[in-house]
Design a protein around this ligand. Structure first.
Ligand code: A3P
Length: 299
């Protein structure tokens, strides 16, 4: 299988979750993945700030040493567990070559996480983002990241996003609602820190302190300041080790939309019509009913 075979291919289904067929092909290796007790798992629904959180954690792991964090692209420093595309090392292959302590990225819904992470009692940091900004970010990402099928118009994509979870809908990783709620429930019983993109936008220093406490790490005051500066949107956007520009253009075409696109909360207001917003709000209320999980739609 070559690269051209996976471009704009329709999604397959992994235990009922829509996913890229090339990833599904590598599933047996993912399912059998052996976690190590000191692995830290970064789990997110796509477009929720995964790369931002990954860069922050790599900085923490390297005591705020910017040069060390430029050693390689973010997708190599923080391997993407279930990733498998032609002509690149898979996430599992990359992880096997990575020295501990490892940072591991995944977008898997909680029920599909390889059991080894739970058996080894690994720490997990989950980051969630409000669904209106996620759907807009995902819409642009579908265009530039060509593993995805064509998203159609924004209105069509909004319908796709809302319909996910019932039948086979072409939304990679399936329902946002099930994802954020599934991981939210897990925090009761596991070593899991549940963060929000909006909180990170509002007060990144406070959130970094939360992460440090969760990891049981202490760093000098100046280190936190360096971490915050290096992981700001402006700095990450121009950093080739963080902005995905070294990913082959066959997979990601930044001329269609840059990976670090806007980096704000509330961009959905520039895209949703009043009618779309009302429809989305109704759908959101129905699907979040009974949950104590709440989102800020802007900051
Ligand atoms: P936008 O498309 O809204 O700009 P992920 O890494 O999970 O794919 O998420 C990508 C989203 O996070 C993009 O959102 C991207 O711009 C945003 N992002 C990445 N780094 C960021 C940073 N340092 N600060 C704020 N947002 C950031």
């Amino acid at each position: 299988m070559g690269r051209e075979d996976v471009i704009r291919e329709e999604l397959g289904s992994l235990h009922g979750i829509p996913l890229y067929k090339c990833f599904i092909e590598g599933w047996p290796q993912v399912e059998a993945f052996q976690a190590r007790p000191d692995d830290l798992l970064i789990a997110t629904y796509p477009k929720s700030g995964t790369t931002w959180l990954s860069e922050i954690l790599d900085m923490i792991y390297h005591d705020g040493n910017v040069e060390k964090c430029r050693r390689d692209a973010i997708f190599n420093r923080v391997p993407f567990l279930e990733m498998k595309v032609p002509e690149m090392l898979s996430g599992v292959e990359l992880l096997e070559k990575t020295l501990s302590p490892r940072l591991v990225k995944t977008h898997l819904p909680v029920q599909l996480l390889p059991t080894s992470f739970w058996d080894k009692n690994c720490k997990v940091i989950y980051m969630a983002r409000n669904p209106k900004d996620v759907v807009i970010s995902y819409y642009y990402f579908y265009q530039m990241a060509k593993l995805h099928p064509d998203p159609g118009t924004l209105n069509e994509f909004l319908e796709t996003f809302m319909a996910a979870g019932v039948g086979h809908i072409p939304l990679a990783y399936g329902s946002w609602y099930e994802h954020v709620r599934g991981w939210w429930e897990k925090r009761q019983e596991k070593q899991l820190l549940y963060l929000f993109y909006e909180d990170m936008k509002k007060d990144p220093q406070q959130e970094v302190q939360k992460i440090l406490r969760f990891l049981g790490k202490e760093v000098a005051e100046g280190t936190v300041a360096r971490i915050l500066h290096h992981t700001s949107f402006q700095e990450m956007r121009k950093n080739p080790a963080a902005n995905y520009e070294t990913m082959p253009t066959a997979f990601m075409d930044h001329s269609l939309s840059p990976f670090l696109r806007k980096g704000i909360s509330g961009d959905w207001k520039n895209h949703f019509t009043v009618a779309q917003n009302e429809h989305f709000d109704r759908h959101y209320r129905e699907h979040m009913e009974g949950s104590d999980l709440h989102f800020q739609m802007e900051v």
